[in-house]
Ligand binder design. Structure first.
Ligand SMILES: [Fe+2]
Ligand SMILES: [Fe+2]
Length: 177
């Protein structure tokens, strides 16, 4: 591989950094939820399944960062704590609030991945394929959460709005820091 090929342009570097951060954050949210909910019950089983998929997404982005020599976000410790806290807090409100969290996060992630795919065009087929595959699973997570009663969570519009705002902020920060 030539030096030129080994270098990743700045836009792609930001994409990889923020995507790895997001997938890591997702694993932490679900870890927080499962710590509260345990492993029994339909909601916990659905969450455990989604958590396993997020773990696979994170592993894939970890590998892409390593291959392309992109450093992870410096905010990883923050996302670790904030993700876990968000997961635990929503689970404490109940299974529907836990699902509302997933629905809110996935709504933002779908938009985020779609914007990345548009920006990438045809320049990086490997990355586009990865993002496209993951977006399909994120959309399934969103549908699972809605089907499990996310919209029946207490104060759903407020809860959802706050989480989506937090996601957008986390995305902007992780691209840059
Ligand atoms: Fe994911
Ligand atoms: Fe997801």
């Amino acid at each position: 591989m030539t030096l030129r090929q080994a270098q990743v342009d700045r836009d792609t570097e930001r994409m990889l950094r923020v995507d790895q951060a997001g997938e890591f954050g997702a694993t932490r949210i679900y870890a927080g939820q499962l710590a509260v909910m345990g492993t029994q019950g339909a909601a916990a089983r659905a969450i455990a399944h989604m958590a396993a998929q997020e773990e696979a997404h994170r592993v894939r982005f970890d590998a892409l960062l390593a291959e392309r020599r992109v450093r992870p976000t410096l905010l990883q410790p923050l996302w670790s704590a904030a993700g876990f806290a968000l997961g635990a807090a929503t689970a404490l409100l109940g299974p529907e609030a836990a699902m509302a969290c997933t629905a809110a996060v996935e709504e933002e992630i779908d938009k985020h991945y779609t914007a990345q795919l548009d920006a990438l065009g045809t320049k990086d087929p490997e990355l586009s394929q990865t993002i496209g595959e993951f977006r399909t699973e994120e959309r399934t997570h969103h549908a699972t959460a809605i089907a499990a009663g996310a919209e029946r969570a207490p104060a759903y519009p407020l809860l959802s709005g706050a989480i989506r705002l937090g996601c957008r902020l986390a995305i902007r920060l992780s691209e840059r820091v």
